[in-house]
Design a protein around this ligand. Structure first.
Ligand code: BG6
Length: 512
């Protein structure tokens, strides 16, 4: 039995509740939310006193809504699908047809929830999942509040889950938080960053803090620098209209990449409780030195891909040729940053971040480069060019941890070569079917906000990228497109490290 299964078996069921999904006929619901509920239900983590309500404009009823979801779920849960679990879960799924802009919809919702509470003993605990664009968050919470549905009592809870983007810059992020706080206390708001749902991201904390040997090395004395890479092999596809407004920096850095950085650089929290963990992550973000305009020009690199060939020989059209993209678009599809921290542990240690679309591989990893041994004892031998030790945390795919270090090549002469020790998740724990949303939904039902973002964290993330956005907006790029699809990004990104005497780790998924 895998550890994950053991964990599931030991975990208590979520408390009674109803999950109400806005945007229930959309992609996120069928691709992630319902499959995640399916996995939770199959693992016996949802109580009998649980129900789902989907709200939407489409003229559906409970049966036709379940039929629509049933068609998709087979596709999205793959081999882990089984008919009897799905039938049991679908008996708990309801549909409410209504316009989310109309107060009457919320009166109908109130009535439906009363009925469900009586039938299923759901104890008036409601989880509202807003699987809708952020422009609708404010209106929906206004009307939920008017209908009295956000008011908690001593005996029940009301929680709201929302997804990024949390604003498109610092000012809009602040406005969004302000708007949400008009009707909700911070403890009721669960902001999802799906990177926090990834087992390997959570494992960064376990790796650092559950093992006595690693933490003494985790500082400026022993670490030369870190590289965080989130590379995607897909181009922009049909997401042009969204992406034109976002770009790689906004889309990935203030959220996913800074989440990784937070876990990598944080001090040990006093406990694994939400306030303790969030405080430490916020301290990391506070310690990041804001980039001056001059530093932005040197330490922030942007790129846009042109048509190119992927390693499998397929060609990807240029970003500017994608549907919904302007033919002279200046939106970046690649961003790289060099950040430094003003704190005791990390003074002088650079953190290099890069993310891009249309890269040769879909690959997320953190490479931690240790300092070289203080003295090379192997002078005048083949080992003079010995590489410093490196630790690689593979976030996805092939989740695992790899350490490379020098070892003597057997034989009469002194030769040292770099060898690797590799731990692979799948070898130890087997394959675990999951969407990444299971833990997040389950934690929200339990009221555990550790893996969700606090309002302050969101704003601090935007503070860090705002100086880059300002300079980039003021100085549109003149060299776009500046990298070919199927390559590792613009030349300037190579130079960012080369000028520090370093280079990006070469990633080839078949050679880790
Ligand atoms: C999303 C971005 O938040 O994360 C997408 O909007 C990106 O552009 C995705 O593709 C990447 O997530 P993952 O889990 O595939 O690394």
């Amino acid at each position: 039995m895998s550890l994950q299964q053991t964990n599931f078996a030991e975990a208590p069921k979520a408390p009674p509740n109803v999950m109400i999904i806005f945007g229930s006929t959309g992609d996120l619901t069928s691709r992630k939310l319902i499959p995640a509920l399916f996995h939770l239900f199959r693992a016996d983590l949802l109580p009998d006193t649980f129900a789902v309500v989907g709200i939407g404009r489409k003229p559906l009823n409970d049966q036709s809504f379940c039929k629509h979801l049933g068609k998709k779920i087979r596709e999205y849960v793959g081999d882990s699908f089984d008919q009897s679990t799905w039938e049991k879960l679908s008996q708990r799924i309801h549909y409410l047809q209504g316009d989310i802009d109309q107060p009457s919809t919320y009166d109908d919702l109130n009535q439906l929830l009363d009925t469900i509470d009586q039938q299923r003993l759901t104890e008036k605990n409601y989880l509202f999942y807003l699987a809708v664009p952020p422009s609708l968050f404010g209106g929906i919470t206004d009307r939920l509040s008017d209908a009295g549905l956000l008011q908690e009592t001593a005996d029940d809870w009301r929680r709201v889950i929302i997804e990024k983007p949390f604003g498109h810059d610092l000012e809009s992020a602040r406005k969004l938080n302000h708007r949400l706080h008009q009707h909700l206390s911070e403890h009721q708001i669960y902001r999802i960053d799906h990177y926090l749902g990834k087992e390997t991201v959570q494992n960064i904390m376990v790796f650092r803090f559950a093992n006595g040997f690693i933490e003494p090395l985790w500082n400026r004395q022993h670490i030369d620098h870190m590289q965080i890479t989130v590379a995607e092999s897909v181009g922009i596809g049909s997401r042009g209209p969204y992406y034109e407004e976002a770009g790689a920096l906004r889309d990935m850095v203030p959220n996913h990449l800074l989440v990784l950085l937070g876990f990598l650089a944080m001090e040990p929290p006093n406990s694994f409780d939400a306030p303790a963990v969030r405080d430490e992550i916020n301290k990391v973000l506070d310690a990041i030195q804001p980039l001056t305009p001059e530093q932005v020009l040197q330490h922030a690199i942007r790129g846009q891909y042109a048509e190119g060939l992927m390693p499998d020989g397929k060609s990807i059209e240029g970003y500017r040729q994608s549907p919904g993209v302007k033919s002279d678009s200046t939106t970046e599809t690649y961003a790289a940053l060099k950040l430094k921290m003003d704190n005791w542990r990390w003074a002088g240690v650079p953190f290099y971040l890069r993310t891009g679309k249309a890269m040769p591989e879909k690959y997320t990893e953190v490479a931690i480069q240790f300092k070289s041994a203080p003295r090379n004892m192997f002078k005048n031998t083949d080992t003079e060019s010995m590489k410093a030790d490196m630790l690689v945390l593979r976030i996805q795919p092939n989740e695992g941890i790899q350490i490379s270090f020098g070892a003597k090549v057997p034989g009469p002469t002194m030769r040292v070569d770099t060898v690797k020790m590799d731990f692979s998740y799948v070898d130890y724990f087997g394959n675990k079917p999951a969407t990444g949303y299971e833990t997040l939904i389950y934690d929200c039902m339990k009221g555990d906000a550790t893996l969700f973002k606090h309002a302050d964290t969101v704003e601090k993330g935007w503070e860090i990228v705002q100086s880059v956005l300002d300079v980039w907006n003021a100085l549109p790029p003149r060299d776009f497109p500046n990298y070919q699809a199927g390559t590792w990004g613009p030349q300037a990104a190579e130079e960012l490290l080369n000028s520090d005497g370093r280079r990006w780790r070469r990633i080839r998924t078949n050679n880790h």
